[in-house]
Design a protein around this ligand. Structure first.
Ligand code: GDP
Ligand code: MG
Length: 426
């Protein structure tokens, strides 16, 4: 099996939690895009963990974890994350962690660039992108400019260090233009020496490794970061991430472009949340928003920022399911709606009096108003439900309605953050 676990919405759907659960029958878990802007929360018998770069499979003893070539890796952050997990009793070695030699290194100056540009935008336009400020957009830009460093270069530092002066000179042209202090060659080499050396032992040809694993009949899971609406091509540009969050990219970003996915499991939240800026048509404001945010504890796992929230958005979710080619859905955080007598759903958008049911081009979104419909809530605690039969009728109706409106089967329903708080629907 080659399975992708991907986000249907704006991210934070509970992908980490579902990877932790579903990876039981998998041998390898692979991250294939993005960097330490991810925040995947996992709560299991080992404790509570927030993973930024490491795949959520790292918490299972028998799973090998891969950071694929489509990723951007902040060396300092990864060293810190490994230390943090080790302190929590997790064993990490080259046996269970493999980093692609082709993965890109996020540099401290990329983080600086992210800060400089967000601050400039805020001042110049009052509309920053809402970046996590972890250098992701600048480092992907460097990749496509072919000016980035790759993890494999850490295995031959003599060659690597020869490339540093010209890259530093090039980068400083930008940094100076923003009026900031230029970076030095020594600083850059020091970053590689301090953090790169520790990580070199994990670096390998992960494509070769994954191909062999698949030949041996092993099951591989691909763990996406963020959701369809944050994809660099298909999302709400420019309020997206800078990587491809789409399931179809998984084989490419993991190192096995020759292979096809067996299935795609879309992780979809029972209501909506969106961290950062950009159009969010179904958004709640004021007390309504505060209530849902508190019930869902919607604060960013990577940044601590309060997330914007709203009811389930049929238009955006249907688009997300199509982008992800999802064969089945895991519906998460259904228990968050326990308190409601009536639950709203955003069924359509209204554009100057015209009803839209297909997700429009980003510019058009700014003028769209949400159309809400109300359904009856179940108004009881479902966190203890473990079988379909345990769920109240209204919850089953809500699930069936989402299936019908979105056109995809909901295979799993999660009713709590802990590993076993879920229901397999069929
Ligand atoms: P990810 O980025 O997609 O992995 O999701 P996050 O970890 O950023 O956000 C999901 C949050 O919801 C985390 O704090 C999880 O612990 C929590 N969570 C996941 N599933 C459930 C659920 O079914 N019910 C509740 N109440 N919380 C959940
Ligand atoms: Mg998250």
């Amino acid at each position: 099996m080659l399975t992708s676990i991907c986000g249907i919405n704006w991210g934070d759907e509970g992908k980490g939690r579902m990877v932790d659960l579903l990876s039981e029958n998998y041998d390898v878990v692979c991250r294939y895009q993005g960097g330490n802007n991810a925040g995947h929360t996992v709560i299991n018998e080992k404790g509570k963990f927030i993973l930024n770069l490491l795949p959520s499979g790292i918490l299972r003893d028998n799973v090998v974890n891969v950071l694929g070539c489509g990723m951007v890796i902040d060396l300092k952050h990864l060293c810190g994350e490994i230390d943090r997990l080790r302190a929590g009793g997790i064993i990490i070695s080259p046996e269970n962690l493999k980093i692609s030699d082709k993965a890109i290194i996020t540099m401290p100056y990329n983080v600086l660039q992210d800060e400089m540009e967000e601050d400039r935008l805020a001042k110049a336009t009052g509309k920053p992108y809402g970046s996590t400020r972890r250098g992701i957009a600048p480092v992907y830009a460097d990749k496509y400019m072919k000016k980035a460093f790759r993890m494999g270069e850490l295995l031959n530092t003599e060659l690597l260090y020869k490339r540093v002066p010209d890259i530093v000179a090039w980068k400083n042209m930008t940094i100076r233009a923003y009026g900031f202090k230029p970076v030095t060659v020594d600083e850059v080499i020091d970053y590689f020496e301090t953090y790169g050396r520790q990580l070199a032992k994990f670096v390998t040809d992960t494509g070769l490794y994954l191909n062999k694993a698949v030949e041996e009949g092993k099951n591989v899971m691909f763990e996406a970061q963020l959701g369809a609406l944050r994809d660099i091509d298909y999302g709400i540009v420019p309020y997206t991430s800078s990587s491809s969050t789409i399931a179809a990219y998984a084989p490419i970003g993991a190192g096995v472009p020759n292979l096809r996915l067996t299935n795609s499991v879309g992780i979809m939240k029972a209501y909506s949340s969106c961290v950062g800026a950009g159009p969010f048509t179904c958004e709640y404001f004021g007390k309504k928003a505060d209530r849902l945010r508190e019930l869902g504890s919607e604060y960013g796992a990577a940044t601590g920022r309060p997330r914007r929230v709203g009811p389930f958005d049929v238009v955006a979710s249907r688009y997300g399911i199509r982008c992800q080619g999802a064969d089945e859905i895991a519906l998460t955080k259904l228990d968050v709606l326990d308190d409601y007598d009536e639950i709203e759903i955003c069924t359509h958008y209204n554009l100057h009096g015209k009803v839209l049911d297909e997700f429009p081009f980003t510019d058009v979104l700014d003028d769209c108003k949400p159309v809400f419909e109300k359904v009856k809530g179940w108004h009881c605690d479902i966190t203890g439900c473990r079988k379909k039969e345990d769920l109240p009728k209204e919850a089953l109706d809500y699930i069936a309605l989402l299936e019908k409106l979105c056109g995809c089967k909901i295979k799993y329903v999660s009713v709590g953050a802990e590993r076993d708080a879920f229901i397999e629907m069929y």
